[in-house]
Design a protein around this ligand. Structure first.
Ligand code: SAM
Length: 234
């Protein structure tokens, strides 16, 4: 397995947690990609970390949402927490288009999106201790055993995330797939830089900060339980 360097950089790509789906863009999404991405997007081409204070024009804490899907939860949180800056990362283009429409409709100045692999965004664009919170809601569960290596929650991913969190920064994960919840718990418990906030060393009730996501609603319709895990950086 690839080991992170001291700076928390993975020395080569080792986790491929997504497949690019050929979802068709609606006209509105295509227009948003064309006109709003230059305004609210951050282009992945940088070899040096972002200057977040300069990007947002203030020193507010920054929360990063990994794999925001259609972005509804990201937009809702940005509306509810105007004193927090949000960066959403998603590879699925229709989702990015949908989120951009939401940013414009709500006149939000505290959200930016990156259409790229979140692992590379963490590695290359975000400096150490730059994030107050990392949100990972309903990541693809990769149910088959031979695909477990594609699960984004892996030891090197957690080391990378922890290195980007500020002191007492928070990693919040949620899933409706019981097997993945157990996997997350085991890997998070084994990460020396992170500490569980749950009293019994397991899961927490859904924090008020987490908006119900589209995938959560789908899981509920299927009768799935939902598991939240909240860890702080030591
Ligand atoms: C199961 S969906 C959940 C979406 C959303 N969080 C929700 O709860 O509705 C997982 C999403 O993560 C995205 N994703 C997976 N790996 C990613 C990565 N490394 N970087 C960015 N996005 C990723 C996928 O494209 C997909 O949209």
């Amino acid at each position: 397995m690839t080991e992170p360097t001291e700076q928390g950089r993975l020395t080569s790509r080792s986790i491929r947690s997504f497949v690019i789906r050929n979802g068709r863009l609606t006209k509105a999404q295509a227009a948003a990609i064309e006109t709003l991405l230059p305004k609210f997007g951050i282009r992945f081409d940088s070899n040096q970390p972002l200057d977040l204070a300069n990007l947002f024009g203030n020193n507010n804490p920054v929360w990063l949402e990994i794999g925001f899907g259609n972005g509804d939860a990201l937009i809702d949180m940005a509306v509810r927490y105007p004193d927090v800056n949000f960066i959403g990362v998603e590879v699925h283009e229709p989702g990015v288009g949908h989120a951009l429409i939401g940013i414009e409709a709500n006149e939000l100045s505290n959200v930016r999106v990156v259409q790229h692999d979140a692992i590379e965004v963490l590695e290359i664009m975000l400096s150490q201790q730059s994030l107050a919170r990392v949100l990972l809601f309903f990541p693809d569960p990769w149910r088959k055993k031979r695909h477990f290596k594609r699960r984004i929650v892996q030891p090197e991913f957690l080391t990378l995330v922890a290195s980007r969190l500020s002191d007492n920064g928070v990693l919040h994960c949620a899933t409706d797939w019981a097997d993945y919840a157990q996997w997350m718990l085991e890997h998070l418990e084994a990460c020396p830089q992170l500490s569980n906030t749950a009293k019994e060393g397991k899961f927490v009730a859904r924090p008020e900060s987490r908006t119900k996501t589209r995938f959560e609603q789908r899981g509920e319709r299927l009768g799935h339980d939902v598991f939240d895990l909240v860890y702080t950086r030591l």
